[in-house]
Design a protein around this ligand. Structure first.
Ligand code: F6P
Length: 367
């Protein structure tokens, strides 16, 4: 990375971890803000993978990004298994060894005359960015995840769109629940936190919201459903976060995850539905929204936040604030150290305004 004032800066962008609505708006904003400073921009495909192949970098000009801000997904591709510090390397005996390829990343940057990296990602990707910065890579971060579980920023882009998708789903379920006088149990994403379940459950008018932060008492949930049928009309909606679990119990996993990848939650809705049908005698059905919550066009709110984040990331590079991440600290966007960004998971505060509001409306958290 030659720090030369002679030539325009050349910056790279990559997207890591689970995709989220808004990624393309960040790319759009980063590219245009950089081009308007006379800089050049390249995109690294699929996290850091593009740096390890001859055709993995794509020049990003105005025409590449001019109308992508409204699109879900990421034009650069992404991966959940691309940690260059623990790169899965298949072995001749069929096993997989995790190797540190960070030195190759720094070298590849130098070889390609790149001055900075805008790393857009969640906790995992930002932790990688912080470690690569320690090894000499000039990197700035942009916080992304539908889970909204990054403590260093008020909100992450992607979260509002996921909440909209989940609350729209709850609205749609009401008709069939009422028609059959059923309990519908809806499993939403959020990994280790209950932000999506809480916001979508409250917005959608659920009767019970189960989140990892409040291990639930099954019988308490069943009693809420019985009361609900008593009050009428005779149907109920329960929104459950994928990481939720009963008091004294464990979360439900679909897969333990390959080496270097996160274990995958999945199946708690079926467990809750099975118990409720048994305990209440009311017909119950379960469904999992899964990756629907990662798709779709970003809402206007998420687009605005993403556009602001992209422009602010270019400012961090212009001001030489490497090892920093942009963060929403209402009412403005600030720079925070990447190390701070990944220190702790932001869980739902149990005494927070949103939980208190839900309780005042009689929504049960199973406690
Ligand atoms: O972190 C975003 C997220 O959607 C989580 O809510 C979910 O548990 C996970 O990613 C799913 O990961 P994958 O796309 O690898 O199945």
């Amino acid at each position: 990375m030659t720090e030369s004032n002679a030539r325009p800066k050349r910056i790279a962008i990559n997207t890591g971890g689970g995709d989220a609505p808004g990624l393309n708006a960040v790319i759009h904003s980063t590219v245009l803000s950089a081009l308007n400073l006379g800089w050049e921009v390249v995109g690294i495909q699929k996290g850091y993978e593009g740096l390890f192949s001859s055709d993995g970098l794509i020049p990003l000009g105005r025409s590449s990004v001019h109308d992508i801000a409204r699109l879900g997904g990421t034009i650069l591709g992404t991966t959940n298994r691309g940690n260059p510090l623990a790169w899965p390397q298949p072995q001749p005996d069929g096993s997989v060894r995790l190797v540190d390829r960070s030195g190759e990343i720094v070298k590849a940057f130098r070889k390609r005359d790149l001055d900075a990296l805008v790393a857009i990602g969640g906790d995992g990707s930002l932790r990688i960015a912080a470690e690569l910065h320690e090894k000499g890579l000039p990197v700035v971060g942009v916080p992304k995840t539908i889970d909204n579980d990054l403590a260093a920023t008020d909100i992450t882009f992607g979260f509002h769109t996921a909440v909209q998708t989940a609350s729209d789903a709850v609205d749609k379920l009401r008709a069939t629940a009422q028609a059959h006088e059923r309990v519908m149990v809806v499993e939403v994403m959020g990994r280790h936190t209950g932000w999506i379940a809480l916001y979508a459950g409250l917005a959608g008018g659920a009767d019970a919201i189960l989140i990892p932060e409040i291990p639930y008492e099954p019988e308490a949930v069943a009693q809420r459903i019985r009361d609900r049928y008593q009050e009428g009309p005779r149907y109920s909606i329960v929104v459950v976060a994928e990481g939720a679990h009963a008091r004294g119990g464990e979360p439900v996993f679909k897969a333990k995850g390959e080496p270097g990848a996160n274990p995958r939650y999945g199946g708690i809705a079926e467990v809750v539905a099975g118990f409720l049908e048994e305990a209440t005698g009311f017909e119950t059905r379960a469904l999992t929204l899964g990756h629907l919550q990662r798709g779709g066009q970003p809402t206007a709110y998420d687009r605005l936040l993403s556009l602001e984040f992209g422009a602010a990331a270019v400012d961090l590079i212009r001001d030489g604030c490497f090892g920093c991440m942009v963060a929403l600290r209402s009412p403005g966007i600030e720079a925070v150290p990447l190390s701070a960004a990944v220190e702790e998971v932001k869980s739902v505060p149990l005494d927070g305004q949103v939980v208190r509001t839900a309780r005042r409306l009689g929504i049960s958290f199973g406690d």
